[in-house]
Design a protein around this ligand. Structure first.
Ligand code: GCO
Length: 456
């Protein structure tokens, strides 16, 4: 197998999805706390108030993570736990939680990867216009400074922002995530630009001030198309559609990655948005496009929509294998995404999320048997291996998620974790996939060798 000896094997999570303790020790409210009070925006009107109670149980959880054999753990920081109003006074207890978490991880041999922002935007800043406010990049830099000053003597890996596609696309376009609204095109362009500037300011701050030499990335997602067949034309069509604004608008890969990695907005954004399109200054683009060490990407399934709106039968057929999210198990997307992303952005790739929501429960034998998850991970990793065989540098894989959690608008029904949570008792059980993951990591992926020929 191609996995390098320093391949980063890990799991991921995000603050609002696991921490709970939403109103304890001085934590301020985020848009998810406030907007999930609306009826019927989240399944069963659930919220992250308690979630996995990780805030109180992080020591137990780190012990469980250790049993998964992971070498890296990607988590995010709750901005309002540290800065209850988003800016201004620091909540020392909140900051201490993250210092303790980092210490606990390191003393158990697990390297932290810190995501600064994973969607739980401060409500107090939202009231001031949030990402619409021209001061929002300064606010983000201030928040970054507090975190970097406190953690960068121990944290080496940083991710600025998770899936900006969902911040704007789901939060303000489809209205399916907090703040659950529909904004105008011009407002979504303004927000996007401010998010990119926030990223730029954060990168600059980390690069100039981190106490140990940092590795900095950014974690977008985006619709990835796979070729309908193996002809050159089909490959080219998939490449063009993956890297186009036309099919995906605010969800597009290029909208969020060209400014950062190529220093300019994609040409077709000017065609798509016309008059509404921003005319960014050179100075802004310079700030946005500072070099990054890795391109972190969250990949789950492929898009397979033809120009006329019909879908490819090769992977989107009736009865195709799907997760409980209704997402296709479609591992080849991993290969094509890595290939298309590396060709365009020429930056080493970290798979910062990939995983499956499965029908899991604790069996009569006390085990959570989840063979589909083992098979899913194997398939996707084999496709990463295929990309690596072609010389595409993939530096690591973070399974989503370490532990079952609050799946945003889908609530708690969707179980992505390698650790099962009984939400009534908070009892945790490592799923069979978690035990398997440990062996996989110990063998540095060699346990997959037997299936390699299937992905030639
Ligand atoms: C995302 C987020 C995660 C999700 C996960 C499963 O990609 O949507 O980063 O918070 O929980 O991806 O949907």
């Amino acid at each position: 197998m191609e996995f390098t000896s320093d391949f980063m094997w890990g799991c991921a999570s995000a603050a609002y999805q696991i921490e709970g303790a939403y109103n304890e020790d001085g934590r301020g409210m985020s848009i998810w706390d406030i907007h999930s009070l609306n009826k019927d925006v989240v399944a069963y009107n659930e919220n992250g108030n308690v979630a996995c109670d990780h805030y109180h149980r992080y020591k137990e959880d780190v012990q469980l993570f250790k049993q998964l054999g992971i070498k890296y753990y990607r988590f995010s920081i709750s901005w309002t736990r540290v800065l209850p109003n988003g800016i201004g006074e620091v909540n020392e207890k909140g900051l201490q939680f993250y210092i303790d978490l980092v210490d606990e991880l390191l003393s158990n041999g697990i390297e932290p990867i810190v995501t600064l922002h994973h969607w739980d935007y401060p409500y107090e800043l939202y009231k001031l216009g949030g990402w619409m406010n021209p001061a929002s990049p300064e606010w983000f830099e201030y928040y970054t400074k507090i975190i970097v000053d406190a953690l960068s003597d121990k944290v080496k890996y940083w991710i600025t922002i998770n899936e900006p596609q969902c911040i704007v696309g789901c939060g303000y376009y489809t209205g399916t995530h907090a703040p659950f609204v529909h904004a105008s095109i011009i407002d979504m362009i303004t927000m996007s630009h401010n998010i990119l500037l926030s990223h730029g300011r954060a990168v600059k701050y980390i690069r100039e001030n981190a106490k140990i030499s940092p590795q900095i990335g950014y974690a977008p997602t985006g619709p990835s198309f796979v070729p309908e067949d193996d002809s050159e034309e089909a490959i080219e069509e998939a490449r063009l559609k993956t890297m186009s604004m036309k099919n995906s608008g605010f969800f597009a890969i290029t909208w969020w990655s060209d400014p950062i990695f190529l220093g300019k907005y994609p040409d077709d954004a000017y065609e798509l948005f016309g008059e509404a399109m921003i005319k960014p200054s050179e100075e802004d683009m310079k700030l946005i496009s500072q070099p990054l060490d890795f391109y972190a990407v969250n990949i789950y399934y492929s898009s397979s929509i033809r120009g006329d709106g019909s879908t490819y039968e090769t992977n989107s057929f009736q009865g195709a294998p799907k997760s409980t999210m209704n997402w296709r198990v479609d591992e080849i997307v991993m290969y094509w995404s890595c290939k298309f992303l590396y060709e365009r952005y020429k930056t080493p790739i970290l798979i910062s999320e990939n995983g499956i929501a499965n029908i899991d429960w604790v069996g009569l034998n006390g085990k959570v048997e989840d063979p589909q998850r083992i098979d899913y991970i194997s398939r996707y990793l084999l496709c990463i291996n295929k990309a690596m065989e072609e010389g595409i540098p993939v530096i690591g894989y973070m399974y989503w998620s370490a532990i079952d959690n609050f799946e945003w608008a889908c609530g708690y029904d969707k179980r992505f974790g390698m650790i099962y949570v009984d939400y009534q008792t908070q009892k945790r059980t490592i799923k069979e996939s978690g035990h398997w993951y440990k062996q996989l990591i110990e063998s540095n992926g060699e346990v997959l060798e037997q299936y390699k020929m299937l992905y030639k």
